[in-house]
Design a protein around this ligand. Structure first.
Ligand SMILES: Nc1ncnc2c1ncn2[C@@H]1O[C@H](COP(=O)(O)OP(=O)(O)OP(=O)(O)O)[C@@H](O)[C@H]1O
Ligand SMILES: [Mg+2]
Length: 290
């Protein structure tokens, strides 16, 4: 048996040791929130467009269970979802949609939560096919859905960086704190930044950030950054109704300017080193040994 054949046999027997031949390894950024409805999907999609305009290859993964939110915001639709990759004939290219405004996305569809219960062979198949995405993008933005469910936690713990969105509402702040607390307990290398959405003025945003970062530092020993803030802006609601991202519909709206500033801060304000990257993210999601 030559070495290649031995490796093949090993892989067939133990799919959890499958190594991808693909070299690319995009940076994975999970966009999450404690409370629902605070703007994750809108900010994810518009941030993807802003990063795309700055020359980055961005892939959005809609991991919000059951709700095809990313598609709605983009005004796009697909019948092929992530889990179709379990079918033998389906390739990554079949589920990866080249959506409008240069946004590539994969729709999670319903059932992504079942991923943990898949057997080794199924996980291996998903992993190998998904690995390729790490080479097609520089940045992978994962819209996780809200709250502290097991899936959301898995996604944020596996990501290189977490963007935690909150509004200034007290209920949103309490729920954001709960996410920071859970994250601080389990994240091996914490990297979490706040985005304050729907603020009326800059001072309001500064107060929110100060409150959350000080509490996190004092009680959780967690160093929390701030990526930026987005003003309350009717352009957002209008764009949702028109199913066209606000960055496209009203590029000069204040929300659009805030998102472009956040893209700058993401690219230039912090070091964008790839850490675990896409491969590490997948391996952790599927509990593969590294
Ligand atoms: N900056 C803003 N200004 C005005 N309205 C906003 C702003 N951000 C979000 N909204 C409103 O909040 C709604 C919900 O936004 P979005 O769907 O992006 O939230 P979400 O966090 O993804 O929600 P879910 O938890 O249900 O997935 C939008 O449809 C829009 O009407
Ligand atoms: Mg959403």
């Amino acid at each position: 048996m030559d070495q290649a054949e031995r490796l093949r046999k090993l892989v067939e027997k133990r799919p959890e040791t499958v190594q991808s031949p693909v070299r690319g390894n995009a940076r994975v950024i999970a966009v999450t929130s404690g409370k629902g409805g605070v703007g994750k999907t809108n900010l994810t999609v518009n941030l993807a467009i802003a990063l795309g305009m700055k020359g980055r290859r961005v892939l959005v993964i809609d991991a919000d269970l059951g709700m095809a939110n990313v598609e709605v915001v983009l005004g796009s639709s697909t019948k092929k979802h992530l889990l179709n990759l379990l079918e033998d004939g389906t390739k990554l290219a079949d589920v990866l949609v080249h959506g409008p405004y240069g946004v590539d996305y994969i729709s999670g569809g319903s059932g992504i939560e079942k991923a943990q219960a898949f057997d080794g062979a199924q996980k291996g198949q998903l992993l190998v096919k998904l690995m390729e995405a790490g080479e097609l993008a520089d940045i992978i933005l994962v819209d996780t859905g809200a709250g502290l469910g097991k899936n959301v936690m898995d996604f944020i713990l596996a990501a290189d960086q977490v963007l935690l969105i909150t509004t200034p509402e007290p209920t949103a702040l309490t729920d954001a704190y709960a996410v920071m607390k859970a994250y601080s307990m389990y994240a091996p290398e914490p990297d979490l930044s706040l985005i304050v959405n729907r603020v009326y003025d800059e001072r309001e945003s500064r107060d929110v950030v100060a409150k959350l970062t000080q509490t996190a530092s004092r009680f959780l020993k967690l160093d929390v950054g701030c990526l930026g803030y987005v003003y309350e802006d009717t352009a957002v609601m209008r764009s949702v109704r028109r199913q066209m991202p606000f960055l496209i519909l009203q590029p000069e709206a204040i929300a659009s300017r805030c998102v472009r500033a956040m893209a700058d801060s993401l690219l230039y304000g912090t070091t964008m080193a790839v850490r675990r990257g896409w491969r590490g993210f997948l391996q952790q999601i599927f509990h593969f040994s590294r």
